[in-house]
Design a protein. Sequence first.
Length: 73
Amino acid sequence: MIARQMLLTELNYTIWANQRLLQDASELSEDELRRNLGASHASVIRTLRHIYDAERLTADSRWRGDAPTGSVF
């Protein structure tokens, strides 16, 4: 029961955070989205793509039952 609640809490947080990111990003111009910021993923749009890909891969592996190995931090 606790694991289920933790999963639901995590999913709800992820939904909230993604909605927030997309709302803020939707207010940027095309140039602002694509401008090279000198960060690890260069631009806002590439950072958003990285977040999407990481979440998708993580979700896919969890649905297959793969256990996480080590810390991501």
